[in-house]
Design a protein around this ligand. Structure first.
Ligand code: GLV
Length: 391
């Protein structure tokens, strides 16, 4: 092997801006990208510690929680899913996982690898779970924790979380919620709804670069961690040690790992961006843009995957690919001609659906119009619209 440097690395990177209208990452506001271009700081420098404190406060606001153990992982939403499961559960303990898309499968995979017993509560892709079904399942299985996905980005389903917390309390089980694809875009009230562990990702509604994941643990969740018989199997994701790096409980800062300084700085700016208006305004904007998008899709003769209107996630819309149309050809044309990303399906919707994301900074009426305009042209190119325009 040659010891010369790879020639490609000698060439300048040219990155063309794209409009990211898939399920994430979404585009960052210019202020967030500018924040990421700040000088680097040490991961324990006093000025960086102030930024970490601001981030904690921003996440508490976003999650609507007073939980002391509220931090950002320097890792993706997947790591937050893993941190959730491996901290509050030990090998041999049982978790019920509500599964109506890919995220239930992923959580089950992570839990099983850690020796956690998984009882899968199977639902239908395209439908949310009812509180009655959840209660029946928990009464039968008596798990230590119940895991559910708030915004199933693979199917475009929104799970109503209200009422589940009290069911979990009744059966003495912890309530764990993945809100990677929903948080910030729909109503979410961690404390009021009795959620014990909640996490999200930076790259969705927050519109920050991928690589950080807000996460919060209730007092009950921390009690469960305190009562573990075994150490958390992952040092990196042990949230109580990690909390010391984040000055949780006013503990002296502890060197747990070298924080992703630049990403945390960008996250701080993204939290400032979303907090510059009320959360209610953000939820409303997502709902209004969703409505406009759905009307436009209907005009194009397209059908939505999620039948029940209340089950439709404003942040990710799943659209059935009409018979005879090659989904990848359409997304390819949109990217090639208009540099607009629309994604294909994932998990149960793979090959059957397209997915359009309306998240945070990207969630504007102008972007809805752009994506519909580009989709219409692509559908015309593949001959689909000429068929439907003849009726
Ligand atoms: C990722 O979150 C995806 O839904 O593709």
């Amino acid at each position: 092997m040659s010891s010369k440097w790879p020639e490609n690395l000698g060439e300048a990177m040219i990155i063309k801006e794209k409009l990211l209208m898939g399920p994430g990452p979404s585009n960052c506001p210019p202020t967030v990208l500018k924040a990421a271009a700040n000088p680097l700081l040490g991961h324990l420098h006093p000025d960086f510690c102030v930024i970490m404190d601001d981030v904690k406060a921003g996440i508490k606001h976003l999650f609507q929680t007073e939980n002391e153990l509220t931090i950002a992982l320097c890792a993706s939403g997947h790591a937050a899913m893993e941190a959730t499961l491996v901290n509050v559960l030990e090998a041999g303990e049982k978790v019920v996982i509500a599964r109506n898309g890919i995220w239930g499968d992923r959580a089950a995979d992570i839990a099983s690898r850690a020796g956690i017993l998984v009882a899968m509560m199977n639902g239908n892709p395209g439908k949310s779970f009812s509180t009655e079904d959840i209660e029946e399942f928990l009464a039968k299985e008596k798990p230590k924790a119940f895991f559910i996905t708030h915004g199933e980005s693979s199917t475009g389903v929104l799970q109503n979380l209200k009422g589940i917390g009290s069911i979990c309390r009744k059966y003495n089980c912890l309530f764990l919620v993945d809100s990677v694809a929903a948080c910030g875009g729909v109503e979410l009230k961690m404390d009021e709804w009795g959620i014990d562990v909640l996490y999200s990702g930076s790259q969705k509604v927050l519109s920050a670069p991928p690589g950080t994941a807000p996460i919060s643990f209730s007092a009950q969740a921390r009690e469960a961690i305190k009562n573990r018989k075994t150490a958390v199997q992952s040092y990196y994701l042990d949230v109580e040690i990690l909390g010391r790096y984040w000055n949780v409980d006013n503990q002296p800062r502890f060197y747990h790992h070298t924080g992703a300084v630049t990403n945390i700085i960008a996250l701080r700016e993204a939290l400032s961006f979303i907090s510059s208006k009320t959360l209610e305004q953000s939820w409303k904007r997502h709902k209004n843009c969703q409505k406009k998008l759905h009307e436009g899709l209907k005009e194009l003769g397209l059908e939505l995957f999620v039948e029940n209107e209340d089950d439709r996630l404003p942040c990710v819309t799943t659209i059935k690919v009409p018979g005879g149309v090659e989904w990848a050809k359409v997304t390819g044309l949109m990217m090639q001609n208009d540099t607009i990303e629309m994604a294909g399906g994932l998990g149960p919707t793979a090959g059957k659906c397209w997915r359009i994301g309306l998240m945070g900074y990207n969630c504007t009426e102008a972007n809805v119009e752009k994506v519909l305009w580009s989709l219409k042209k692509a559908l015309e190119s593949v001959g689909y619209l000429s068929q439907i325009e003849t009726f």
